[in-house]
Design a protein around this ligand. Structure first.
Ligand code: PLP
Length: 407
């Protein structure tokens, strides 16, 4: 560690400017090391990270159990194609199945891929003329062409047309609208049980159960995109378990493997055969390294009783930010469910993110005006308090009207 040499942030930015496609807005900081909810840049600055890994690092940076499992696995077998069996992939599927609705898994490498698998499954399942899938305004399902189309928000579509046929967008929370969109060609309803990129939007009471009923009545698959809400994020193993409803298909990625790239689609043993042999594949899907990391992270959550941390931390965030809201008219709404926190503002949030960064606190802003935290479930109370203190200080000092808003 002591002998590690890093380029400075400025030089790294130059390297990117020359060789990396600039399709992301990146902060001019070169991150080099992480531990739990702390991360360090190449200048030695330490940051408190309340948005670790964009939701992928639900166990914080470099969780020791995952690091150890990966190191062990990488020394014995790195990759085996899916033309063979490998115990570790089977065990990963078993752990996910046992904690959800008892189905079977298809493994891939990302959220978009998991949703692609679900879209193909929905079209393959049931009568041949059915292909339409209903998704929701404000949703987010990934960046492949099909999952971009599944994502209703127009900003993701600009310049990409023609999009994939067959997606219809319903208003989030509006059962009547969903019912109106269903016709003989509809095969599925696809939804995030809690919208993530859309701004931590929690569905109204009874909405997901209503979708379950509509799916049952019309013989549709109910697909839950749990890429962001799954694997412990909400304090339950899977987001849907907060709402007393069960999907037919569930997709996972982000935190599924303790920060290692991985994804999965789960469905019931009755529906699974519709993904017929030869109809879908992912070369690296369920590879031994991801599987070892996935197994290790699920076991770590259990061994360290991390699900039990979540309601306590959620309550801490809720009380700090609701308290602040009572003093700040520019805070429109505070939404907290497990380790998902959204603070909707009446003004642009970009300056809030920058001011927090200046104070070495990492957060996110989505939809332009929703401050979002996706903290690690093993965040300490002390870290949570410190993060709240910095963020509340920044939010409280905002002046309505003087926001250099860029609507
Ligand atoms: C991040 C995300 C995706 C896309 O996952 P990728 O791994 O970036 O392809 C899909 N759905 C939801 C709900 C997400 O949060």
């Amino acid at each position: 560690m002591a002998s590690e040499q890093h380029l400075g942030s400025e030089q790294t930015v130059e390297l990117f400017a020359r060789y990396v496609i600039p399709n992301y807005g990146r902060y001019p900081v070169n991150m080099v090391r992480g531990e739990g909810s702390r991360i360090w840049d190449s200048e030695g600055n330490e940051y408190l990270d309340l948005f670790p890994g964009w939701g992928c690092n639900l166990l914080g940076h470099c969780p020791p159990a995952v690091v150890e499992a990966v190191q062990k696995q990488v020394a014995s077998l790195i990759h085996v194609p899916n033309s063979w069996h490998m115990e570790i992939q089977g065990r990963w599927a078993q752990l996910l199945s046992d904690r959800s609705f008892g189905g079977q898994a298809f493994f891939c490498n990302s959220g978009a891929e998991a949703n692609e698998a679900a879209i193909k499954l929905a079209r393959l399942h049931g009568p041949e003329n059915r292909y339409k899938i209903i998704t929701f305004e404000g949703g987010f399902h990934g960046r492949t062409l099909a999952t971009t189309t599944a994502t209703a928000q127009p900003k993701y579509h600009e310049g990409l047309g023609p999009l994939i046929a067959g997606f219809q967008y319903a208003r989030f929370g509006d059962l009547q609208h969903v019912a109106e969109l269903i016709d003989e060609e509809t095969c599925a309803i696809m939804i995030e049980p809690i919208q993530g990129e859309g701004g931590v939007r929690i569905p109204p009471e009874g909405f997901l159960q209503g979708l379950r009923q509509l799916a049952d009545d019309n013989d549709l698959l109910l697909i839950f995109d749990e890429v962001q809400t799954g694997c412990g994020r909400t304090g339950k193993w899977f987001g849907y378990q907060n709402f007393d409803v069960t999907p037919d298909v569930m997709t996972l990625a982000k935190s599924i493997a303790g920060g290692i790239a991985g994804g999965a689609m789960l469905t019931t043993a009755e529906i699974a055969p519709s993904l017929r042999p030869g109809m879908h594949a992912a070369t690296f899907g369920g590879n031994p390294i991801a599987a070892a990391a996935g197994v290790a992270s699920l076991e770590m959550i259990e061994r360290e009783n991390l699900l039990e941390n979540v309601p306590r931390l959620a309550q801490l965030f809720r009380s700090r930010f609701e308290d602040l809201q009572s003093r700040c008219s520019w805070i429109r709404e505070v939404r907290v469910i497990g380790m998902m926190v959204g603070i909707e503002l009446d003004l642009e949030g970009a300056t809030v993110v920058q001011q927090c960064l200046d104070q070495k606190l990492l957060i996110n802003c989505t939809q332009g005006n929703v401050i979002r935290l996706l903290p690690a479930m093993n965040l300490s109370d002390e870290q949570a308090e410190r993060g709240c203190e910095i963020l509340c200080g920044v939010l409280e000092s905002l002046q309505v009207g003087s926001s250099s808003g860029s609507e």
